[in-house]
Every structure is written in structure tokens, then in C-alpha cells.
Design a protein around this ligand. Structure first.
Ligand code: MGD
Ligand code: MGD
Ligand code: SF4
Ligand code: MO
Length: 754
């Protein structure tokens, strides 16, 4: 393998506040500060509690204890876990707060300010025409909710966010389906749905084909569209170990994220923490949205240097001829121009992949947040198949999942596209056919609500208002729904802007580590964890367990049809139902009788046998995307105005969890506050914009003024701003096959005053 020089962010491009590595001592400092904070003892009690980490789906904790992963390795907690726990350990919002602050006042709160109010602690309602939320009795909650769910089944819906348990997810879908509705919108529709939909079609499975153990055997990882140092920090340790054993990491990302170049991990205090460990061996910065083209280039280079595994293609795949032909016949000029990466850079990446024995292709939102997201996933699979890197130990495809139990929600059937096996099992349980009309995924739900076609919505967590593109549309849509019932641990702007036409109810729930009963979650690596019961620090609060609310509502609506819903308030019986109905989950029933946490069967592929009708992997031809951007006039820019049209990446800062902002700045990108745009200095000078100048950023749905220009190592033609604030200004093109918005390629006009 030819050695490639270690990439470094070009200093001319980053700003003076960008550190030279990710992670590092500041992480340890954060742990120390939180440990010494008043809630420090509670933090440590929670960290030691046997429950899975709240934050990301990499998965840590559970039966094995707070710091252990599925392979029983210790020291597996990152500071993001601490961040999410500390937010939950806040005191309750004082009960009189909502009586003295009108909804209009609450709407002025930023996401961070809303979260800092504290924990929700009593059920509340905002009635039509009233200016304030007020406390409501449980009897009235159930009376309103029961009446609301007696509406026609096509007019009722749910939305869910992946922090709740498998048990709550299973009950939610069972309730909606028993009522005759498939309208099970979920945050995964805005997230990894392209991976789920794409992988299912070509491999017959919809999650990672690689286990944590498998990842440890890989000698190359291709990391695409993931900012793991921010969002999946423990994955960084696997990359460090991979580099230590001589393996390679190819990073594909339009932004040179400092932590993907060098990362100081507290898990290796002497070797890595202060000096930092090299992460990427090779760093490619393509045009946002051009990954299909870049991958076609990698395939072309593999063909040209004879590194395609023909025997594998012929024996284990179908449709390879067309994919190979596209790579062969597309010119290098078209590829280099289409993705903005030069032929030699692409060839160097292909050489590393071709020479490696076991390659894992891993990806996150930079791949899925595009109008052609399913194509992105398919062309990753194509590349893995062309090199024989699927269906063998230590190799495969790995969507890096988001919320800590988002994958569990999909497994439990919270989806508008129910797997046939689950449908059949549920039909047996219900004793009736489940041929329900197609349901609304999240974007369809918003459109249907806007059109006045939804009466009732139950939101199990999340921030439907803030997570969608075009928040003004989301607000209008939610305002057309008669009754909305939010179940949440913390207040967020969605509760203040996402008001229903008649009744908006907010129900305070126990979080994972407080739940009075056992629950389970599923990690992105297909491992099922058990959470022990816990206690809340909110002694005066009137919280409810999600499953208690769902089963009680179901009982009032359905009596004992098709199950004794109240009996399911003991989650052991929910697990028995899951074992009977959810493929791969057979072992969950034994968890209550001393059984061990387990890897879901049938998911990890160590043999090239695929769950497709022919048993072979299906290769799909993926058209090269057209990435043209509109003219300035499209945004109403005056002739000769001082600015430029860019492809805007909307993503997470270092200190936020999705729509919840924990801290103003992003220290690793050198962005001092939320109201910044990260620009390449070359673009800035092309448009006559200076660093720290305030500009207007205009999308197709609105504009933000006074945005500060920050220089960074983002490739020319692209820029970055933070979600959820930026969601106010754009509509997003969605991939029709999965409904996922193109959040990572938002056309915008950036204008500075002369
Ligand atoms: N601390 C923390 N952890 C989290 C979350 C959180 O908000 N905070 N959120 C959780 C959730 S729900 C999710 S989905 C994940 C999100 O995890 P990520 O997917 O890592 O999050 P994003 O911030 O959306 O960043 C995506 C990366 O994709 C790159 N990118 C943008 N466009 C393209 C492109 O066209 N091609 C390629 N190859 N790359 C591109 C961006 O530059 C960025 O580095 O993290 C989960 N974990
Ligand atoms: N522009 C842009 N938009 C995006 C993205 C992007 O990258 N760019 N990312 C998209 C992605 S990947 C995702 S996943 C979505 C996220 O969308 P959502 O999942 O809808 O949003 P979150 O911010 O994760 O929801 C946080 C809220 O969940 C509630 N909560 C927390 N824990 C619990 C619990 O245990 N139970 C209950 N009932 N409630 C709880 C709290 O009230 C908290 O305020 O956003 C999407 N939107
Ligand atoms: S990597 Fe993810 S699951 Fe593991 S401790 Fe950090 S936030 Fe939690
Ligand atoms: Mo996500």
C-alpha cells in the first residue's frame, strides 16, 4: 500500500479558534466539572445504574453496568452521555412557571433556554383560545385522549423519537394498528430511513451487517458523512485501535472535521489524550450530495487496477453488470467534476480499499440527508460487493444510527412499511387481517396535517416542530390538528409552537434510568440491552411511565381487545409478545428469568448469503446526481448583489443533542455561537465577504439576518449552519423512496451588505 500523507486541515482555511485535534483535555475537564457540580453525586449514581446510555445508538451500559459495552470492555462512556444525563437531572420547572408565563412568552425561548427550564413534572393542557398552559387532572387527560382517538382511523397518527423503550414502541404500534392506523411517523424518517429502505431492498436486512466484534477485525474503515467525534465518540476508540494495528481510515466528508483528523481519547490517557491519535489515513472532501459520483470513481479505479472481486460478484450478486458498466463508461472528467475530488485522490482511496482484506463501510447523515439518499446507500453497497466486503467477518456495511433506541423502534414495527413477518405475527395476535392503508411518514404527516387531514396526534418524545424543514409550515400543520398529546421529559420549543387547534396536552414521563419497571433498547450494532428499574429525583412530581399511559389509553379505547392491555403494564408480558412477534427477538422473553442481553439473530452477516428471494445481493444502478444550484435571482437577489449561492450543510454543533442545544458555541469548528455560517475563505473572498462580517442567509422559505461569517475547512461551494435554528429558512427536497429530507444540500443565497 502506498503511504498517503497524513491530512491536516489547511491552516489558511480554518479559523484561529479551531484546536488542532478533537477530544483532548477539555473532555476530561468537562467530566471533572460535572462531577464537582451539585448534581455530581446523582450523575455518578446514574452512570453506575444498569441502564443504557441515553444519547447515541453506539450503545453503552445496560445489564453489564454503566461503563461496559457488549463485549464487556470497561471505560465505555463518553462526555455526551454525561451531557444528556445532566440535562435530565435538572430540577422540575416550578409548577407556577407555566401559570405566570404565557405561551407567547414561551415562544420567545431558544431551544437552549427551553431545555434549561428544567424537567416537566405535571400534566398540562393548553386549551383553544387560552394564553397559558394550565395543570390538568389525569381523568381529564384520559377523557380528552380517548375521545380524540375515536376519530376515523385514517385521521389519527403518532410521531415518535428514539429515546423511549422497545416496550413503549411495541405498545404504540400495537395500539395504532389495533385502531386501524398505519400512521406511525418516526424520527427515523428524518434520519436513517434511506439506510433501512435501501439495505432491505438489496440485502434483505435493514441494519448494520457488522457487529462491534466484527469492526474490531476490520483493517480498513471507510467513514462517510459522519462526524463521529461529536456524535458517536466511542466509535473513535475503535478507529484509534484500527490505526494502531496498522489499518486505514478513509474519511469522506465535505468538511475537514478536526476530530476526524486527530482525536485525543480519554480512554487512552497516556498514548492518545494529550498528543492525539491520527484518525484519517486519507481524507476526501467531495461536493455535498456527490457521494454516488465519488463512489463510482472509486469503482472505476478498482476496475482499472484490477481489484474487483469477480468471483464474488458472479457467485453472490445480481445486477453487477450494469454497475460495472457505469463505472467503466463514466469518464474521469465527469467524475472529478461531478464530485469535486481529483482522479489521483480517488485512486489513492481505491488502492487502500482494494488492498485491504476486511473493509467496513460506515455512514451517517452526510449520506442519508439527500434527495438521492437511497442511491447513496446503494452505491456504498455496490462498492462493498465489488470488493467482496459483504458477508464475511470483519467486513460489511454499517449505518451508524442516531438516537439511542431509534433502531429498536423500527424493529418493533414503528414504521409505515411493516415487515411481512411482523404483519403476519400481528395478524395472528389480533385475529384479523392487517391490510391497512399506507401510513404517513413524518413529511407526509406534516403535509396531511397542513391539508386538514389529521385530527389526533400522539407524540412519544421528540420535537416534531423543530426537526422538520420549514418550521413555519410545521407550525401551520400542527395548528390544523385538533388534539396533540406530547409525552416528554423536558420542555422544548415544539411544545410552545406546535400547538393544536383545540387541545394541546403535555404529559411528563420518566426517562430511561428512572422508569419504575424494566425496559429494553437496541443499539445500532444490533445488541439488545436491559435497563433496570430506577427512581426519579423529582420527589413532588406527577410523572407517568410511557407504557402506563399507552396501556391505560388502550384499555379505555379497546377494553381487552386484542390483549389484556392493563396486564401489559408489567413489561415482562410486553417482552413475551415481542418474542412472539418480532423476528430475531426470540431471546427477549428470557431476559426476565436471568437470560443475558443478546445480539439480534439474523442481522450480522458473516456468510455471503443474503435474505433476498434469490439469496444473492442485488446491485442497483445509481444515476449520477445533478447538483446544479439555482441562480441568485431564484432567491430574489438584486442584480450585482454582493453574495453567492451555496450548498448549505445543516448539521449538529459540538454541544447539542438534535434539537436540544446545550451550549452556545462549537469549540472544535471555532464557531462562537449558534448564529454563524462556516464558509471557505476562498468563497468569502470571491463574494467580497470578510471574516466575522454579518450576512443574510436566504433559503427558499425564509431568511436569517446578521449571521456571522466564520472561516473553516469546508470545501468551496459549500457551507455549514446549525440545525434546528436554520430549519426556519428552507424547504427540503426529499427522497420519495423514504421521505427523508435533503438537509445536507440546502440551496441558499448568502449576501453581505456593500
Ligand atoms: N452528541 C450528540 N450525539 C448524537 C446526536 C446529537 O445531536 N448530539 N444526534 C444523534 C442522531 S439522531 C444522529 S442521526 C446522529 C448524527 O450524527 P452525524 O451524522 O455525524 O451528524 P451531523 O451533524 O448531521 O453530521 C454529518 C456529517 O456529514 C457531513 N456531510 C454533509 N454533507 C455530506 C455529503 O454530501 N457527503 C458526505 N460524505 N458527508 C457529508 C458533515 O460535514 C458532517 O460532518 O448522531 C446521534 N448522536
Ligand atoms: N436541518 C436539519 N434538521 C434535522 C437534522 C439535521 O441534521 N439537519 N437531523 C434530523 C434527525 S437525524 C433527527 S433524528 C431529527 C430529531 O428529531 P426528534 O427526535 O423529534 O428531536 P429531538 O430533539 O431528539 O427530541 C428531543 C425531545 O425529546 C424528549 N425526550 C427526551 N427523552 C425522552 C424520553 O425518554 N421519553 C419521551 N417521551 N421524550 C423524551 C424531550 O422533550 C426532548 O426535548 O431531527 C432531524 N432534523
Ligand atoms: S458513544 Fe454514544 S452510547 Fe456510547 S457513551 Fe457516548 S453517547 Fe453514550
Ligand atoms: Mo437522527
Amino acid at each position: 500500500m502506498s503511504p498517503t500523507p497524513q491530512p491536516k486541515p489547511p491552516h489558511s482555511q480554518t479559523n484561529a479558534d479551531t484546536p488542532d485535534q478533537g477530544g483532548g483535555l477539555s473532555v476530561v475537564q468537562y467530566w471533572a466539572e460535572q462531577t464537582l457540580a451539585p448534581a455530581g453525586p446523582q450523575l455518578w449514581q446514574t452512570l453506575m445504574h444498569k441502564s443504557a446510555c441515553l444519547s447515541c445508538a453506539w450503545g453503552t451500559g445496560g445489564q453489564k453496568g454503566g461503563f461496559r459495552n457488549e463485549l464487556d470492555e470497561s471505560m465505555q462512556r463518553c462526555m455526551k452521555s454525561v451531557e444528556s444525563i445532566m440535562a435530565e437531572l435538572m430540577p422540575a420547572v416550578p409548577p407556577q412557571f407555566f401559570e405566570t408565563h404565557s405561551v407567547a412568552e414561551l415562544q420567545q425561548l431558544s431551544s437552549m433556554a427551553a431545555d434549561r427550564l428544567g424537567r416537566l413534572s405535571v400534566p398540562m393542557i393548553r386549551r383553544a383560545g387560552r394564553s397559558h398552559y394550565e395543570r390538568i387532572s389525569w381523568d381529564e387527560v384520559y377523557a380528552i385522549a380517548t375521545a380524540a382517538f375515536q376519530k376515523p382511523s385514517e385521521r389519527i397518527a403518532s410521531y415518535s423519537s428514539g429515546r423511549s423503550s422497545n416496550e413503549a414502541a411495541f405498545l404504540l404500534q400495537l395500539l395504532l394498528r389495533t385502531l386501524g392506523s398505519n400512521n406511525l411517523a418516526d424520527c427515523s424518517n428524518l434520519c436513517h430511513a434511506p439506510s433501512t429502505v435501501g439495505l432491505k431492498e438489496v440485502l434483505g436486512t435493514s441494519t448494520s451487517t457488522v457487529s462491534l466484534e466484527g469492526l474490531k477485525q476490520a483493517d480498513c474503515v471507510v467513514l462517510m458523512g459522519s462526524n463521529a467525534p461529536y456524535n458517536h465518540p466511542r466509535l473513535m476508540n475503535e478507529l484509534i485501535k484500527l490505526r494502531d494495528r496498522g489499518g486505514s481510515v478513509i474519511v469522506i466528508n465535505p468538511i475537514m472535521e478536526v476530530g476526524l483528523v486527530k482525536f485525543g481519547s480519554p480512554a487512552f490517557p497516556l498514548k492518545s489524550l494529550i498528543p492525539g491519535s491520527d484518525i484519517s489515513s486519507h481524507y476526501l472532501q467531495p461536493i455535498p450530495g456527490s457521494d454516488v459520483t465519488l463512489l463510482t470513481g472509486i469503482q472505476k479505479a478498482l476496475l482499472e487496477c484490477n481489484q474487483v472481486d469477480w468471483d464474488f460478484l458472479k457467485a453472490h450478486t445480481e445486477g453487477w453488470e450494469a454497475v460495472v458498466e457505469q463505472a467503466r463508461s463514466t469518464s474521469w472528467e465527469a467524475i472529478a467534476q461531478g464530485c469535486g475530488v481529483s482522479q489521483p485522490e480517488i485512486e489513492a482511496a481505491a488502492e487502500i480499499i482494494g488492498n485491504a482484506k476486511r473493509v467496513v463501510f460506515a455512514w451517517a447523515m452526510g449520506i442519508t440527508h439527500h434527495a438521492n439518499s437511497v442511491d447513496n446507500v446503494w452505491n456504498i453497497v455496490n462498492t462493498a460487493l465489488m470488493t467482496g466486503n459483504l458477508g464475511k467477518p470483519g467486513a460489511g456495511v454499517m449505518p451508524i444510527r442516531g438516537h439511542s433506541n431509534v433502531q429498536g423502534f423500527g424493529s418493533m414495527g414503528v414504521t409505515v412499511k411493516l415487515k411481512q413477518e411482523i404483519q403476519q405475527a400481528l395478524e395472528k395476535l389480533l385475529g384479523r387481517s392487517l391490510n391497512l392503508p399506507p401510513g404517513y411518514h413524518t413529511r407526509d404527516l406534516i403535509d396531511a396535517a397542513e391539508a386538514g387531514q389529521v385530527d389526533t396526534l400522539l407524540a412519544l418524545g421528540g420535537n416534531l416542530y423543530g426537526a422538520n424543514p420549514d418550521t413555519a409550515q410545521a407550525k401551520r400543520a400542527l395548528g390544523n390538528i385538533d388534539t396533540i398529546i406530547y409525552l416528554a421529559t423536558k420542555p422544548n420549543p415544539g411544545h410552545f409552537h406546535g400547538l393544536a387547534k383545540t387541545n394541546t396536552i403535555v404529559i411528563p414521563v420518566f426517562n430511561r434510568f428512572e422508569n419504575p419497571h424494566k425496559t429494553t433498547v437496541e443499539s445500532g450494532n444490533n445488541f439488545v440491552r436491559m435497563n433496570d428499574p430506577g427512581q426519579t429525583h423529582l420527589k413532588q412530581a406527577d410523572l407517568i411511565a410511557e407504557i402506563t399511559f399507552l396501556t391505560e389509553l388502550a384499555h379505555r379505547l379497546l377494553g381487552d381487545d386484542p390483549v389484556d392491555w392493563r396486564k401489559l403494564q408489567d413489561t415482562r408480558y410486553v417482552r413475551q409478545l415481542i418474542a412472539k412477534t418480532i423476528p430475531g427477538y426470540e431471546k427477549i422473553a428470557a431476559l426476565d428469568d436471568g437470560g443475558e442481553e443478546f445480539t439480534i439473530s439474523g442481522r450480522i452477516l458473516t456468510q455471503p448469503q443474503f435474505k433476498t428471494p434469490s439469496g444473492k445481493a442485488q446491485m442497483k444502478l445509481t444515476p449520477l446526481p445533478d447538483l446544479s444550484l439555482p441562480d441568485p435571482s431564484h432567491f430574489g437577489a438584486a442584480n450585482g448583489a454582493n453574495g453567492l449561492v451555496l450548498a448549505l450543510i445543516t448539521a449538529r454543533s459540538y454541544s447539542q443533542h438534535n434539537t436540544v442545544v446545550y451550549k452556545e458555541g462549537d469549540r472544535y469548528r471555532g464557531m462562537p455561537h449558534r448564529h454563524c455560517i462556516l464558509l471557505n475563505p476562498l468563497d468569502a473572498s470571491r463574494a467580497g465577504l470578510a471574516e466575522h462580517q454579518r450576512v443574510t442567509v436566504r433559503g427558499e422559505a425564509g431568511q436569517l439576518d446578521g449571521v456571522e461569517v466564520i472561516f473553516g475547512a469546508v470545501r468551496p461551494g459549500a457551507a455549514l449552519m446549525f440545525y434546528p435554528e436554520v430549519n426556519a429558512i428552507f424547504h427540503a427536497k426529499t427522497d420519495k423512496r423514504c421521505g427523508t429530507p435533503g438537509y445536507k444540500r440546502v440551496p441558499v443565497w448568502v449576501e453581505g451588505k456593500r
